[in-house]
Design a protein around this ligand. Structure first.
Ligand code: CTP
Length: 398
């Protein structure tokens, strides 16, 4: 609930402005007070009358309106709110924010505010992909501006691409995350990350190329939405994510034990690249070369499947998400893996040589759920994590 919280909503000129009307309704239903600044561009898409009716407040449009300045003024407008939401945020308004321009009421309010700002970008794919927009976004994010979306889908121009404004439930989840302790407040999440390491002897081991970047980013994203997160991680060269309880393990057996100890959890995301086999004839002392003797034989024994064990266990998390690292037939294998392991969702990614998924910063994934397969575009791992966390938050809403 957002009872008593005050949102200043800036609606700029994009077709997605129609969704902002629904956003106002949903915010009001949750008890928030909403005031709205409508830009000149925004006026082309939605009317002040619709907004005034939904907010129950007058709509603020013109910086030079004496009545506004006399009654409230733009400084008071930005002071009397807990969060400024820009939805839709056009490429133009984002550019103005990045530059610090103050040539209309919206831009002036955004420059004058010391409140958190959340932007929901909405624009044509080419504008979104343009280096200028990307640089503006990077500048704004470096200044602490929060962002939700955009999504991939049908755009108003009749083409498919990235640039579509986030859906209202996603924007609401982001607002709740910033204002009410997060949509996952009070929820417990378990995340596995990194490789496991299976010792051959005290100095040698079998491991894999997992960097832990994706799993760690997911733990951080869930924590940002308010979840209490336990991250069970194999050896990685990454800093612990802020606000997350980290349990360090080496082997698959230790990882399973740590996961069991972290239950009950509402959500578990198994992003670790768990070794399928452990060394059955692990030696207590260092194995030595012996002149004339054949090389030693390493005997393997299967490791427990952590994801499948959680799925079949008495404390199965309500939402169980697995990963599928594949080199061929990515989606087909992931669909089969989801059924075989008994989890709810599978995030499938192609880890063939050359994709850069292992160890890299970007990932191209497919989300496999009971209702089908979604192909996500190539995204930074942090962005995959943010989107997945938002989806998880929406799925575990009471
Ligand atoms: N997983 C696990 N425990 C294991 C192996 C895998 O929890 N012993 C989890 C991973 O964390 C991931 C999912 O299972 O969420 C799929 O991992 P993947 O390596 O793609 O699949 P495998 O189980 O190894 O299956 P296959 O060898 O058929 O690809």
């Amino acid at each position: 609930m957002l009872t008593g919280r005050r949102v200043l909503l800036v609606i700029s000129g994009g077709i997605a402005a129609y969704k902002s009307l629904d956003l106002i309704r949903r915010l009001r239903e949750r008890g928030a007070a909403v005031r709205c600044i409508l830009t000149r561009g925004g006026e082309q898409f939605v009317t002040p009358l619709s907004i005034a009716t939904l907010t129950g407040e007058r709509v603020f449009q013109d910086i030079f309106s004496l009545t506004d300045e006399a009654e409230i003024g733009h400084i008071a407008l930005v002071k009397e709110c807990d969060l400024v939401v820009v939805a839709p945020a056009t490429a133009n308004l984002l550019a103005k924010m990045a530059m610090g321009l103050a040539d209309d009421l919206a831009a002036t309010a955004l420059l004058a505010t010391d409140r958190p700002i959340l932007v929901a970008p909405a624009m044509n794919t080419r504008m979104w992909d343009h280096p200028a927009t990307r640089a503006n976004l990077a500048t704004l994010e470096a200044r602490g501006v929060h962002r939700v979306g955009p999504n991939t889908g049908w755009l108003a121009e009749g083409e498919v691409g990235e640039g579509r404004m986030a859906e209202v439930p996603e924007i609401l989840a982001a607002i709740e995350g910033l204002l009410a302790g997060g949509p996952l407040a009070g929820r417990r999440a378990l995340v596995t990350s990194g490789p496991t390491v299976e010792p051959i002897d005290p100095v040698r081991f079998i491991a894999n190329r997992s960097s832990g970047k994706q799993g760690h980013a997911i733990a951080a994203a869930l924590a940002r939405l308010g979840a209490g997160v336990t991250l069970v991680s194999g050896p990685v060269a990454l800093a612990d994510p802020a606000g997350v309880r980290v349990v360090r393990v080496e082997t698959a057996a230790e990882m399973l034990e740590a996961c069991r100890a972290a239950l009950p959890a509402d959500v578990a995301v198994c992003a670790a690249a768990v070794a399928d086999w452990t060394v059955a004839n692990r030696s207590a002392g260092k194995r030595r070369k012996q002149a004339g003797a054949p090389p030693p034989v390493i005997e393997l024994a299967p490791n427990p499947d952590i994801l499948a064990t959680l799925a079949a266990g008495p404390q199965r998390p309500r939402l169980l998400v697995g990963f599928a690292a594949e080199t061929e037939n990515v989606v087909g294998n992931a669909v089969e893996k989801r059924a075989r392991k008994g989890c709810d969702w599978i995030v499938a990614n192609d880890v063939s040589a050359g994709t850069g998924a292992f160890g890299g910063d970007a990932n191209t994934v497919h989300l496999v759920t009971a209702s089908g397969v979604e192909d996500w575009p190539a995204l930074p791992k942090t962005e995959v994590a943010r989107r997945l966390a938002e989806r998880i938050a929406a799925a575990v809403q009471p």
